[in-house]
Write a protein that binds this ligand. Structure first.
Ligand code: FAD
Length: 415
């Protein structure tokens, strides 16, 4: 068995892996990425948030992504019946990026991985991590290529960006159940010939279909649009037939999608994903750090996944560099706490979406511009800005605001 030595082994060439590899490589350390699949490969998660741009910029990926001509994204629109709540990232509380992209992930992830490879980081595709042995913070990882050849990689540190693969949590029994209830998605890429150019394609739309069930509409620059239903698994059982029959019947049952997507052509047949929420007890250990989806993935509403993947990797990479320099790193304070701050803020918004709290806020007749801007910053991914009361008090502020809206409406009716 051959053995190779690197400073840092990165598991997975998704956004989490590529961002971490680039930043650590730029600091002068030897880095290698091992990736289970051949790229381009399909993965869901097509709507980015402006905060991800800061991490992509630090990883020096922006120019390569720009060159691909992905659809620029300037906001997010929420629709319920004839009510619309439109957020434009230019109108937000936090200073920062006010736009981002809507991307086909196969192309996007390959762009990041190719860029990091062109910087000099070797990426071994179709190579799966099967075992890791730690000796203090040093490690020996066993990988297996598609032909069944095994080899070993000795590393001073491991960044686990294996996404849904969850390599280290699975190997070391760190898995923990999410507090969010299991949900399911049925989605496809559609050839969207009836797209309205008036209010799209430069934003995504989330349509409230019925309580607990919503639809994502993510237009790409190619004229293809990603459309997905998300809800309780029982919602999907209420439609008979094949996945395609279910999907077409669902599109037909929603006034917002009925005309536009009737008899639409698919780029691929409708696909199902379910029970995606997962977490672990600890996001770090002696010789490793978990980044991206391996830490915690919540829910597709609010498009937080890729942003949390990029930001956690950006934070982790800088700490790995300090650790390799021999500095003392307080992983709990400097990594776990800020990562959880982001996850917990988004979790409050996900819960407020499904329990109807955000419904009252988004679709109320009157909205205070300052409050709307503060909420817009959360939706842009600026969930670490403590000057924003809707970040600082993420667990209570939305409920309080919804209650105030309710009382104001009751008082108006009484007049
Ligand atoms: P990934 O992108 O999953 O990359 C991990 C890589 O690791 C993979 O390429 C995998 O092949 C590799 N790997 C796995 N196991 C091994 C192994 N043993 N050895 C070597 N390599 C391995 N997020 C958004 O930001 N916007 C959205 O609109 C959005 N929509 C979503 C809709 C649904 C229905 C779901 C379920 C999720 C959605 N997400 C969205 C979340 C998004 O998919 C993830 O958060 C994102 O892909 C995480 O990136 P990552 O780099 O951590 O992991």
């Amino acid at each position: 068995m051959t053995t190779e030595k690197v400073d840092v082994l990165v598991i997975g060439a998704g956004p989490a892996g590529s961002v971490a590899a680039s930043i650590i490589h730029q600091a002068g350390y030897s880095v290698k990425i091992v990736e289970k699949l051949k790229f381009p490969r399909f993965v869901i998660g097509e709507s980015l948030l402006p905060r991800s741009m800061e991490a992509l910029e630090e990883a020096k990926f922006i120019d390569a992504i720009k060159a691909k001509g992905f659809q620029e994204k300037f906001g997010a629109k929420f629709v319920k019946g004839d009510k619309v709540c439109d957020f434009t990232f230019k109108e937000q509380h936090t200073e920062g990026w006010n736009w981002t992209w809507q991307v086909t992930r196969a192309d996007f992830d390959k762009t990041l991985a190719d860029t990091v490879a062109s910087m000099g980081v070797p990426v071994s595709y179709e190579t799966t991590v099967t075992d890791i042995q730690f000796n203090g913070s040093d490690s020996v990882t066993t990988v297996e290529d598609i032909k069944g050849n095994k080899s070993q990689i000795e590393a001073r540190f491991i960044v686990d960006g294996s996404g849904y693969g969850r390599v280290i949590p699975r190997l070391f029994n760190l898995e923990k159940n999410s507090v969010l209830q299991p949900r399911k998605a049925l989605f496809a890429h559609t050839v969207d010939e009836r797209r309205s150019m008036a209010d799209e394609p430069n934003r995504i739309t989330a349509v409230v279909h019925q309580p607990g069930t919503w639809i994502w509409i993510i237009p790409f620059s190619t004229g293809v649009t990603s459309v997905g239903f998300v809800g309780d698994p029982s919602f999907f059982d209420s439609f008979p037939g094949t996945q395609e029959e279910k999907y077409r019947a669902m599109l037909e049952s929603e006034p917002f999608t009925r005309e536009r997507f009737r008899d639409v052509e698919f780029v691929f047949e409708p696909r199902v994903l379910e029970s995606w929420s997962a977490t672990t007890d600890k996001f770090y250990g002696d010789g490793f750090v978990l980044t991206g989806n391996v830490t915690e993935f919540l829910d597709p509403i609010f498009s937080s996944g890729v942003t949390l993947a990029c930001v956690s990797s950006q934070t982790a990479a800088k700490l790995v560099i300090r650790k390799l320099k021999g500095e003392v790193v307080d992983w709990e304070k400097e990594y776990m706490e800020p990562t959880m701050q982001g996850v917990n803020t988004f979790r409050s918004y996900v819960m407020a979406w499904y329990d109807g709290t955000l419904d009252k806020i988004f679709f109320s007749a009157e909205k205070r511009p300052d409050v709307k801007n503060q909420i817009c910053s959360v939706l842009a991914g600026y969930v670490w800005d403590m000057s924003n009361p809707y970040v600082q008090n993420h667990d209570t502020a939305l409920k309080r605001l919804a209650r105030t809206i309710e009382l104001t409406e009751i008082l108006k009716q009484d007049k």
